[in-house]
Structure formats: C-alpha cells, structure tokens
Design a protein around this ligand. Structure first.
Ligand SMILES: Nc1ncnc2c1ncn2[C@@H]1O[C@H](COP(=O)(O)OP(=O)(O)OP(=O)(O)O)[C@@H](O)[C@H]1O
Length: 772
C-alpha cells in the first residue's frame, strides 16, 4: 500500500463519517420538529377540550398505557357524554377517510386506527368492574390545526375545531358523580406518564398515540383521586359505585321509558364483553335485563368486528323499538346491526337468493279450513277438541314448526308444552289433516309462515358460506319454532361469539315449544347464563304476577324444568297494584278512563292499556279516543317517546315495558275458580275457557293464557291496574268456594262503579294449605 493511497483512504473515511453525521443531524432535526409539532398539536387540542372542563368534563393528559413501560395515551376525557380515548394527530398532509381506510398524503394510516382501538379496549376492560358498558367508551382521533369530521367504524375522526362542539352534543350518559368516579378510576389505572422512569420505548412497544415525548401541556383541570368503595361495609368511602349505580337506575326510572342506561351491573357487562367459543344463551325471569345485555352486546360486537350483526325477534313490532334504543345508546354502530323480525328477514333472504315463494296467510288459512271440514271435523280429533284451533296449532307449532316430514317421526314425537296425550289414532288423524292441508295449500300455490322459514333453512344449509353475518342475536327466543332456531344457527354455525339466544321459557306466549338440543345447539357450561335480578317491576307487581303462574311449572328451552315461582331478586322500588272490581263492564271502562285522567296527561306517554284479544284492542282504542285521550297503537310504536297512551295486545307488549300498565280485562286467573262447568274445582289452574272438551287441552289453554297474563303484568314498572268484572251470581258462588282472600283486598269502586278510593293493596287469592 502506498503512502498517498493511505491519505486518500483517510479522507474518504472522513467524508463518509461527515455524511453520516450530517444525515443523523437532519434526522434528529426532523424528529425534533415532529415532536415539537406534535406537542404543539396536543396543546392546541387540549386548549379546545379544556373549554369542556367547566361543564363537568375531566381531562387526563399524557397517561401511561397500563401493562407497558413507555407507551402512552394522549388524552382520556370523561364527561356527561361518556369516556373518550383521544389520540391527537399533527400531520403535515390532510387526513382522508374513504372506503374504510385512513390515509394522509396517500400514505396508509390504518395502523394508527388499530392502535387507538387497542387502547380503547384496554380502557373498556378497566371500566367493566365499575359496570360501565363498553358502548360508553369511544375512540376519538383529533387532528390538530385541521377541520375534519368523519368516522371509521366506531372511531370518530374530528378536527381540532370540531371536537368540543361534537362532544357537547353527545347525549348524556353519565351523571356528575359518575363522571368523578370514572375519572378517578382511570387516573389510577392509567398513571401519569413519567419519562425518567420510562426510558426509551423498546422496539415493537404498542403506542396509542405514537412515541410522543412527554411534553408539558396547558394546565389541566386536576382530578383528585377518589377512593372507590371496595366492599359494601367500607362506610368511609367517599364514592360507592353500587350506590351510584342505584342512583343511575333511579334516574332512569324517573326519565321516559325509552331512556336506556350506560351503567349496568358488572355481571351484565361481563356478559356483554364475554368471549364465547360457540353458541350461547342468556336466560332469566322477566325484567332481569336480558334485552339490555343483548343490545349492549350487539353494539359491542359491532364495535369489534367488521361483519354485520343480525338481531332477530319473533314479534314484528319489536325490531323498530330495539333499533331506536340502540341508536340512542350507540349511534356509531346502529348502521351495522340489522333489526328484523324472523319472518321478515327470511322473506328478504329468499328474495336475495332468488328463491321463489308466495306467502299468503289468508289463502293458507282457507286451505286449512277446508282440510278441517274434509278430514278433521268428523274425526277422533273432534272428541278431544271440536274447535279447529288446537289442531291448526298442532300443525303449525308441532309438525311444521319442528320440521317433521314423516308420520313415523310424528307418531313417537314428544310434544313440548302440549298436554293432551295423543294416542296413535289421534296422531294418524292429525297427520291426515296435515296432508290434506298441504295438498290444498299447494294446489292454491301459496306458502304459510312456516314454509317461509323451511325454505330459508334449506337455502342457508345448502350454501352456508354466503352468510354476511358475524353474529346473530335472537331475542324472545322462546317463541321461535325449532325450524326458526335452526335457521339462525345455520347462518353462523358454532362460530365463536356467533349465535346468542336470549329468552325465558316462562314467557312463551305461543303454543308448542322445542329444546335447544333438538336443534343441535349446545350451550352447556359457561355458554348458558342466567340473570336473576329484576330491575323492572315494583315488588308488589312482581308478586302479583308470580301469583298467577305460581303453580305452572314449565320446561325451559335448555331442557331444565323450573317452578312457576322462581328465584328472582327484586330491586324493591316502590309501586302499586290496584285491583278494581266491578259488577259490569261499563263501570270498569269508566273507571279505567278515570284512572288515566287522574294520573294526568304527562303520564300518558309512559302508560299502556293491554288487552287479551285484538277485538278488545280496537274497542279500547275507540274508548280512549272518544274520551279525548290520545292513543298510540303498539304496532306503530317505534321506541321514540309519543304523546299517547299505548294500546295493544298482550302478545304485542312482549319485550316492552311501561311505567303504568292497565289490564281492563285480565281474565279469570286473578279470581277463585268457578266450580261449575264440569271441571274440577280443586285448583284454580283448572279453570278453562268454554268449548274445550279434553281436560288436558283445557289446562294447556289456561296455562298459556296465564303465561300471557304474566307477560302483560310484568310489563308494568310502577303501577298496575287490573279491572275485574265480577258478576253478582259468580260472587254468590264464590262465597262457598274453597278459597280465601289473603290480606285485605278492598273494592275501590262501589256496586255502581263509583270511584271510592284511588288505590288498594293487591292481595292474590291463595288456596288454603298451598301457602301461595
Ligand atoms: N343493571 C341495571 N340496573 C338498573 N336497571 C336495569 C339494569 N339492567 C336492566 N335494567 C332495566 O330493567 C328493565 C328490564 O330490562 P330488560 O327489558 O332488558 O329485561 P328482560 O329480561 O329482557 O325482560 P323481559 O324478559 O320481561 O322482556 C329495563 O328498564 C332496564 O333498563
């Protein structure tokens, strides 16, 4: 090697080092500029948000992400509108949100969205033990120095100028006391970010906000850490989460019935957030928050997946109401949850798949009437029940509802919730009737409601891969048929978190039934959950309703056999049951109008008059309208507050609730048993409507009617008004009956129907020796 060559090499090396140092300097400058810009951006956004702190909002700035050493969260904001997890962005290029992607200067920025969602989930988990539903926790990306308003899934994207006004218009979810508790809790879970101890972020450390340096920000409203009561006996605690929840429940009770809650019981939140490895079921008696959990879960799943969520019920009026509730709760996700009645959904599904069908209830009914005349009326069936209704139900709910296609299957079938023992000749006669009906229906070229579900099930089973649903939630599942449940199962199979069935066998208002195992759905272990705390009904109302079904043991859809009087934990809020007795229906109707007027116009939107039959629904609508009381038909109610009293049938009221419920004709089940009519007078369950011949059929009908009455009574939160018409001769007969009146039941109306007193305590009749 020559000397000159060595000097040249040293010069080259020096140049290389100089270049490297220059590059490092530029990189450091760019980095410093970025940090400066970022912290400036944070300052600007914080300044906007500080305007909210005077209005009950708490701002936590630059907090450490729990479980990480250095990753931070730009801001956590807690206020009346809920909890917002905020990531501040100071980007040179303008952000764009289109086609489900976030870009800036054509560069993809979806990773930033994913990081924000991850820290939002950490926040949700941190707040679940307080009972805060995940729907109250929202991710928010704020762009400093920009004007922007968009959304990507559940992530709201707002410019610096838009953020404060948008948050101020959020619906109120948390009271001031809750805001303080939630903020204090978050302050503990997300400690202040400390650089000295944190050190540099290791490679791959997740960060919600990018690796921002800890920059001093504008002064932040201090949030004093507040002790949260850990145990009920800790009387010194300043804030008791349980008491706050009770206060929230009370506030919700005072508000309009349509107001839904943000704070649930921690057990409910656990169900909302739970990961189930396959189909799951939430059961539990009336008013225990099953629908609340199901709706919060729908919102939660919609927040976590990109697929659609199908939320199905049997009743056609409920989907509208539930959609309204979800929109109020979580407007960001409502577009991805499809609320449908099962039959409406199945028809749309068939149309979408190009499968010909022709639903025509009237013609199908006509086909059945003819089949009954030809094959049923003069058969052995008439000896059991001469009216065709029971046999129509047998075909609808047992044969077609369960997808039975051969007599061999039907001949030995266990008919759930059907009491009459059908021997072989009866089953043969039913089968003949069924075949004749099918022949006449096919001749007319029409389908009935069951056919629609059967066609949809065949299609869904044949092409299962084409289902667009990430999850299916079925509410009031006890009233679906087996074919209906199989259809829903076929849409998602046994996928994790795929199928959730919500309902209560005690509230079945249609005949027939099924077991989940018949549908091949396994919900053993932690996938079968039961709620027990009744949040809806005043204790007096719950007691009165349970007295009606106390002796009616029933089989739930999971196969468990349960007593009519179940283990329910009431929440003991005040309420009243008025049992008003009259000698004629006119006096009863006049008293009903009096009761509505006495409570006043302001109570009408939260009041309902519920009837056993459609004919009565029409009658009471006209009665109220003639009296100048505005009316809203339950069929048309969509969950938004309306000025009128809701009027509808017991079946239409299923799944709903009202502060004040009036049942002008609750039927004979609140009364002692009539002892005539050839039926046993030893049990009040023995009462049956006239026309039935077979005792078991009569008992089955009566049991179903009591279940319907139970459902109607448990729709009432605060007051329940029962208008009983008692004929004078029935009174006389009853005097000799083997029943006694428990407690003091005072008739508040005299014999001519004049109002004597406003309220009387309800006292159910009890059979001596039964301890009802
Ligand atoms: N954790 C809770 N705290 C206070 N109120 C609650 C809670 N959970 C539910 N509720 C209230 O209880 C009432 C009944 O809830 P929901 O309608 O979900 O019950 P459900 O079990 O579906 O009733 P049903 O089977 O009778 O239709 C609603 O007013 C709801 O807001």
């Amino acid at each position: 090697m020559v000397a000159g060559g060595s000097a040249y090499d040293r010069a080259c090396e020096a140049r290389r080092q100089e270049r490297e140092l220059r590059e490092q300097l530029w990189a450091a400058r760019r980095e410093a500029e970025r940090w400066e810009a970022a912290s400036e951006g944070e300052r600007r956004v914080a300044a906007q948000l500080l305007m909210l702190t005077g209005r009950g909002w708490h701002l936590l700035v630059d907090r450490r992400w729990p479980g990480t050493r250095a990753a931070n969260v730009d801001m956590l904001l807690v206020g009346p509108g809920g909890v917002f997890v905020i990531d501040v962005k100071t980007w040179r290029a303008a952000p764009e949100a289109a086609g489900g992607r976030l870009t800036a200067g054509r560069q993809p920025r979806d990773g930033e969205v994913r990081k924000l969602l991850a820290v939002t989930r950490v926040t949700e988990a941190a707040l679940a033990p307080l009972g805060l539903s995940p729907v109250a926790v929202q991710p928010l990306m704020v762009f400093s120095g920009r004007s922007f308003d968009a959304a990507l899934g559940r992530v709201r994207l707002l410019g610096e100028r838009e953020v404060a006004p948008a948050l101020l218009t959020e619906r109120v979810r948390l009271s001031a006391a809750m805001v303080r508790v939630v903020a204090a809790h978050l302050e503990t879970v997300f400690p202040a970010y400390e650089t000295s101890s944190a050190g540099p972020a290791p490679a791959g450390t997740p960060s919600a906000a990018g690796p921002l340096p800890p920059a001093p920000v504008a002064p932040v409203a201090p949030v004093t850490p507040l002790p949260i009561r850990a145990a009920a006996h800790d009387e010194d605690a300043l804030f008791d989460v349980g008491a706050l929840r009770d206060a929230a429940a009370k506030a919700a009770r005072r508000g309009p019935i349509e107001q839904w809650m943000t704070f649930l019981h921690p057990d409910q939140v656990a169900l909302v957030r739970r990961n189930w490895s396959g189909p799951a079921r939430i059961g539990g008696p009336a008013g225990t928050g099953k629908t609340v959990v199901a709706l919060h879960r729908a919102a939660h799943l919609a927040q976590r997946t990109t697929g659609r969520i199908l939320y199905v019920t049997f009743a056609s009026n409920l989907p509208r109401v539930q959609r309204t509730f979800l929109r109020t709760m979580s407007p960001a996700v409502v577009g991805r949850v499809e609320f449908r009645s099962l039959h409406a959904w199945a028809r749309a599904f068939l149309e979408e798949r190009g499968i010909a069908h022709r639903l025509h209830g009237g013609r199908a009914e006509d086909a059945f009437s003819r089949a009954w005349v030809r094959r049923g009326r003069d058969s052995v069936l008439s000896a059991l029940d001469p009216s065709p209704r029971y046999w129509r139900e047998e075909i609808d709910c047992v044969i077609k509802g369960r997808g039975i296609t051969s007599f061999e299957e039907y001949a030995t079938l266990r008919r759930h919730r059907r009491r009459a023992a059908l021997r072989r000749p009866h089953r043969e006669a039913v089968w003949e009737l069924y075949e004749e009906y099918e022949r006449l229906r096919t001749e007319r070229g029409v389908h009935d409601f069951n056919d629609i579900l059967t066609l949809a099930l065949a299609e869904a089973s044949a092409r299962p891969g084409r289902s667009p649903y990430a999850a299916v939630i079925a509410d009031e599942v006890q009233d679906l048929t087996l074919v209906g449940v199989r259809l829903l199962h076929a849409l998602v199979g046994d996928a994790p978190n795929g199928l959730l069935l919500v309902g209560d066998g005690q509230q079945a208002v249609y005949p027939g039934g099924y077991r989940l195992s018949d549908a091949g759905i396994d919900v053993r272990g932690d996938r079968g959950q039961v709620l027990r705390t009744n949040y809806r009904n005043a204790k007096a109302i719950l007691d009165a309703a349970l007295a009606v079904v106390a002796d009616d043991a029933f089989e739930d859809i999971d196969g468990s056999r349960l007593a009519g009087r179940r283990d329910i934990h009431p929440t003991y809020h005040d309420g009243q049951v008025t049992r008003a007795v009259f000698t004629d229906p006119q006096a009863r109707d006049a008293a009903l109008l009096d009761a509505l007027r006495a409570r006043g116009r302001a109570s009408w939107p939260d009041s309902a008059v519920l009837c056993r039959s459609q004919r009565d629904v029409g009658r009471y609508r006209r009665l109220l309208e003639r009296a100048g009381i505005p009316v809203c038909a339950l069929e048309r109610y969509d969950g938004r507050p309306v000025a009128g009293v809701k009027v509808g049938s017991y079946r239409r009221a299923k799944g709903l609730e009202f502060k004040h419920v009036h049942l002008p004709d609750p039927g004979p089940w609140l009364e002692p048993v009539p002892d005539g009519g050839g039926r046993p007078a030893t049990a009040w369950t023995a009462w049956a409507p006239p026309g039935a011949v077979d005792d078991e059929i009569a008992l089955e009908r009566a049991q179903l009617a009591r279940a319907q009455l139970f459902v109607a009574m448990t729709r009432a939160r605060d007051t329940l008004w029962l208008g009983v018409v008692r004929a004078a001769e029935q009174d006389a007969r009853r005097e000799g009956a083997a029943y006694e009146l428990r407690g003091a039941a005072v008739t508040p109306y005299d014999a001519r129907g004049r109002h004597r007193e406003a309220h009387v305590p309800y006292a159910p009749y009890a059979q001596p020796g039964r301890g009802a």
